[in-house]
Write a protein that binds this ligand. Structure first.
Ligand code: ADP
Ligand code: MG
Length: 694
């Protein structure tokens, strides 16, 4: 359970002064969270310096200035469209304060005639006058003296003003408690890092430009905290998996030999190497935890199969869990003929297997009659029991929660775990996503692929593209048509996709299909099947087709508004074509004007199809802090850590986490207890629960 000390930070943000449900929604859009703590992670991007206190005559146009003036006259506007003016002056000249939609009574109280007031805001020279429109602050000398001389400026969103947001963040800060110290005291002293409460306070009260820098001491501490929570959480899961007693799994190779005979191709060097590494791990008396990283089409599936067959040769069972039903079915379709060639059976278990059918599968798993199975998280359900599960392969693990992964591994005695991902992650980022996992990489592509012809075309030429699509489909080609990411909301993506579908359906009656995230599993499967083998030639889709789907006949990929997608995502989408023997084309339709980064992205995509190269370039172009589409890639999103600058601290955090768990595996010491608070602070509740007394 979350420690009580954190309760104030986990209260809803709407409980803060000035934030009702409407503004709360805007804060959520802005910070990605609904809690008080989410506001604390929202860091200033700039600052306003109110220390500049010139005389009126010395105040330059456009500067933010704090000026003491005497109020002379109020001039209410003749009509609502004109502004209300308050004429003021100091000994060097006149200054007008300008207000739109002003309340007269309010302004008369704020700026009493004949009295001195200090005003702070942006100075404008307008038609020969010096004026200030809607000053940020108005008050007596004493009142203004109490304000911070330097104010943070936060990134905003439409409808949320700096004033409202600042006030809410101030209030959030007031609620931030002193937290027990989770850092190693000697290390903290050496780094000269302040305690957490002081650090988060400093983040929101910058004293100058230097305090906005990522290497400011308090920011380093906060970044380190975040990375330590990340590394400790990963290490805890790893510890849970590793703590289990291991067993040696060694096969005699007879099943693998049969598969090798049945395969219409030879394994690539990368595949052979990965398999040797996996076989080596399996033969160890400890539990395997290995990541198999390989680009789309690099041939991970057959590696997974051969790995599972080692378990079967040893008399045990293997399971492959995929994040979606489409993928599970596709794995089955790819594996079944091979498995049969080895004289074995492979089962399928998804949410759609029900009743007697499901029971038969469960019986065969329990008896061992079924040595292999693929499926979705339906595999984790309590009544799924294996006779002797030895290897669990998890495809695209970031789509599963911690407990789903642990639960699958818990379905056997000393289960070895192989995690597969098609997202090539830059080396520097692998650590944040997977911690200290052993990694095998498939860097070679299977031979015989014709490279994909990638072209960038301005959107204005969409009609030409449609004509080209008409010609190609006339000759039997299948086409993916991916619609733009409109916003981060599903509804607007849906609108774009249905509109494009209607447009193309008119042009190609009866030949255009549609898939998007709102369709039911069965509907998606039907649309995919109609595209793969049926009458549908053009499949209009959102990015749901991104992961793993395989239609070898598809040779054209059209991506609308390609400039809105991340590089890694474009690469993944492009990987949907070029899977058969025929030459394939990828058309990147872009809207103009094209920014520099977007230009570089499209150029990169045209120059290479090596996912690892593309991933590194993506990181370089965006900076780790801004890797869009992080949710798809499975990379954790850091609030305050920026791997481009805090990369060295990440390695320290990894070592720190390792050492912590070596000394105190259940986080029971006083520092361990404080580290639990840290884990909860960064919402690693699931990982804390892996602890014995969590
Ligand atoms: P991914 O890594 O994206 O899961 P797959 O395992 O689906 O890739 O493999 C993509 C395609 O390449 C499949 O059709 C598979 O049969 C084929 N393939 C895999 N390994 C080889 C190889 N060594 N030589 C030729 N084709 C291969
Ligand atoms: Mg795959």
């Amino acid at each position: 359970m979350r420690p009580q000390i954190l309760f104030p930070l986990f209260a809803p943000a709407t409980a803060l002064p000035g934030l009702g449900p409407r503004l709360g929604k805007l804060v959520e859009n802005l910070t990605g969270g609904t809690k008080v703590v989410d506001l604390l992670w929202h860091r200033p991007a700039g600052l306003i310096d109110r220390r500049f206190t010139p005389k009126v005559a010395e105040a330059p146009d456009g500067a933010v200035a704090t000026i003491a003036v005497t109020v002379h006259k109020h001039e209410p506007p003749p009509n609502a469209r004109r502004p209300y003016r308050v004429r003021c002056a100091d000994e060097t000249g006149p200054l007008d304060l300008v207000f739109f939609h002003a309340h007269r009574a309010y302004l008369e109280k704020l700026l009493p005639i004949g009295e001195e007031r200090v005003v702070s805001g942006r100075v404008e020279h307008y038609q020969g006058r010096v004026q200030m429109t809607h000053p940020d602050h108005v008050g007596t000398r004493d009142e203004i003296a109490k304000l911070a001389a330097i104010e943070p400026v936060y990134p905003l969103t439409a409808g949320l003003t700096l004033k409202v947001l600042t006030k809410a963040i101030r209030a959030a800060l007031e609620r931030a408690p002193e937290l027990p110290e989770w850092l190693d005291p000697a290390y903290r002293t050496r780094q000269k890092w302040p305690p957490w409460r002081q650090a988060i306070g400093a983040l929101h009260t910058p004293g100058g430009e230097a305090d906005l820098a990522p290497m400011a001491v308090f920011r380093q501490r906060l970044a380190y905290d975040e990375m330590l929570a990340n590394q400790l959480a990963l290490a805890l899961v790893r510890q849970t998996l590793r703590k289990r007693p291991g067993r040696r799994i060694e096969g005699d190779g007879h099943l693998r030999a049969k598969i090798a005979e049945a395969l219409p191709y030879r394994l690539t060097g990368s595949q052979e190497r990965a398999l040797a590494e996996i076989a080596g791990d399996l033969a160890q008396p400890s539990c395997m935890l290995r990541l198999l990283q390989g680009d789309v089409g690099s041939g991970k599936t057959v590696v997974a199969l051969l790995a599972m067959l080692i378990a079967v040769e040893a008399g045990a069972q293997g399971v492959l869990m995929a994040p979606t039903e489409i993928l599970a079915r596709q794995h089955l379709a790819a594996l079944e003929p091979l498995v049969q060639a080895a004289g074995l059976r492979i089962g399928l278990l998804t949410g759609r297997e029900k009743g007697k059918n499901r029971q038969a599968i469960l019986d065969d798993l329990a008896s061992g009659a079924l040595p292999l199975i693929v499926g979705t998280h339906a595999l984790i359900e309590a009544d799924v029991v294996f006779r002797d599960l030895a290897l669990a392969v998890i495809d695209e693990q970031h789509r599963f929660g911690v407990h789903q992964r642990l639960d699958l591994a818990g379905k056997g005695r000393a289960v070895d775990v192989l995690v597969m991902t098609a997202t090539p992650i830059p080396r520097t980022l692998t650590l944040t996503a997977y911690g200290d996992m052993d990694v095998s990489r498939l860097t070679e592509k299977p031979p015989g692929r014709t490279p994909i012809d990638t072209r960038a075309i301005p959107l204005e030429r969409i009609e030409e593209v449609i004509s080209a699509v008409a010609r190609a489909t006339g000759q039997g080609a299948k086409v993916y048509w991916v619609c733009p990411l409109v916003e981060e909301t599903e509804t607007s993506d849906l609108a774009a996709v249905t509109e494009r579908h209607a447009h193309l359906a008119q042009r190609f009656p009866g030949k255009v299909g549609l898939v998007h995230g709102r369709l039911k599993g069965t509907e998606k499967d039907r649309a995919m099947a109609d595209f793969a083998q049926g009458p549908i030639d053009i499949l209009v889709a959102t990015t749901v087709i991104e992961v793993g789907v395989d239609v070898p006949a598809a040779t054209i990929m059209v991506i609308e508004h390609a400039e809105r997608f991340g590089l890694a995502q474009l690469h993944q989408l492009r990987g949907r074509v070029g899977r058969g023997a025929k030459a394939s084309t990828c058309l990147l339709l872009y809207g103009q004007p094209l920014g520099e980064t977007a230009k570089a992205r499209l150029a990169c995509l045209r120059s290479t199809d090596d996912g690892f190269v593309i991933a590194e370039e993506d990181l370089r172009l965006r900076g780790a802090g801004e890797l869009l589409g992080t949710r798809q890639s499975g990379l954790p999103e850091f609030h305050l850590a920026d791997l481009a600058v805090h990369g060295d601290l990440l390695a320290t955090a990894r070592d720190d986490a390792k050492l912590i768990l070596e000394r105190d595996p259940d986080l029971e010491s006083p520092r361990g207890q404080a580290l639990r608070v840290l884990l909860y602070l960064f919402e690693r509740d699931a990982q804390v629960k892996t602890l014995r007394s969590g």
